[in-house]
Ligand binder design. Structure first.
Ligand SMILES: Nc1ncnc2c1ncn2[C@@H]1O[C@H](COP(=O)(O)OP(=O)(O)O)[C@@H](O)[C@H]1O
Ligand SMILES: [Mg+2]
Length: 224
């Protein structure tokens, strides 16, 4: 479904005098409905890689190929569609809009697409019910726990039925029980919605629940 070939990325320092090589020839294949964990020390380039896969950043070299087409060749319109509908993003901090209630937050990605609003509202309802958040739908993020907000962020990422969910340390700010609840939710969505997942985590235990585990080290991915 998605293939990454020989991806390189470096960043210059502020003075522009030195280049830091972050990704140095990354290759990865993601099949439909597959689950992949990426481990790696802080600063090893995990978020950079996720951003490149989700077309939020461009690689210096190499290709991201989605369903047989290089995203490098996409028009701006196709890129917007890819980012909004083909992939879903979950970050360490939920990034919900504080002034919108839970139901409004999960529907935000549907506002820009021409998608059937009624169907999306029904899908949001079923996901909110499934995660025990339906009764809280009129509350603001500030009135809910970190775990509840992060589950809401996962629903928001899923609302356009993406084929790939990119989760960058989604449990990094959660405590033990909430880590399990969130991971169970991700696994359930993978099983029921057939969404492929790439999960960045520091936890080997969490990583071991994914089908494949890679470690990002010195700019290269090593399968474990
Ligand atoms: N936009 C940027 N400008 C300059 N340096 C960056 C930028 N984004 C990331 N970096 C650097 O690239 C390295 C990898 O960052 P990141 O991908 O966030 O790592 P990780 O997610 O594994 O902690 C870090 O040294 C970071 O400082
Ligand atoms: Mg990171």
């Amino acid at each position: 479904m998605l293939k990454i070939e020989e991806v390189y990325k470096s960043f210059g320092n502020q003075a522009g005098t030195e280049q830091q090589q972050v990704l140095q020839g990354i290759g990865l294949e993601v099949g439909e409905g597959e689950t992949i964990a990426i481990l790696g020390p802080s600063g090893s380039g995990k978020s950079t890689l996720m951003n490149i896969i989700g077309a939020l950043e461009e690689p210096d070299r190499g290709e991201v190929i989605y369903r047989g087409r290089k995203i490098n060749d996409y028009t701006e319109k196709e890129l917007d569609r890819f980012r909004n509908e083909e992939v879903g993003f979950v970050f360490q901090f939920h990034q919900l809009l504080p002034q919108c209630n839970l139901q409004e937050n999960v529907l935000i990605p549907t506002l820009v697409s021409k998608a059937d609003r009624k169907e999306k509202r029904a899908y949001a309802e079923s996901l909110l019910k499934r995660t025990g958040l339906w009764e809280h739908r009129h509350k603001l993020p500030g009135q809910l726990s970190g775990g509840e907000c992060q589950r809401t962020a996962v629903i928001r990422a899923m609302i356009n039925r993406p084929k790939l969910l990119l989760a960058d340390e989604p449990t990094g700010a959660l405590d033990g029980r909430n880590v399990d609840v969130l991971t169970d939710l991700l696994m359930e969505l993978n099983r029921d919605e057939k969404v492929a997942i790439i999960l960045v985590t520091h936890s080997r235990e969490l990583a071991s629940r994914m089908g494949k585990v890679y470690e990002l080290k010195n700019g290269v991915l090593h399968q474990q």
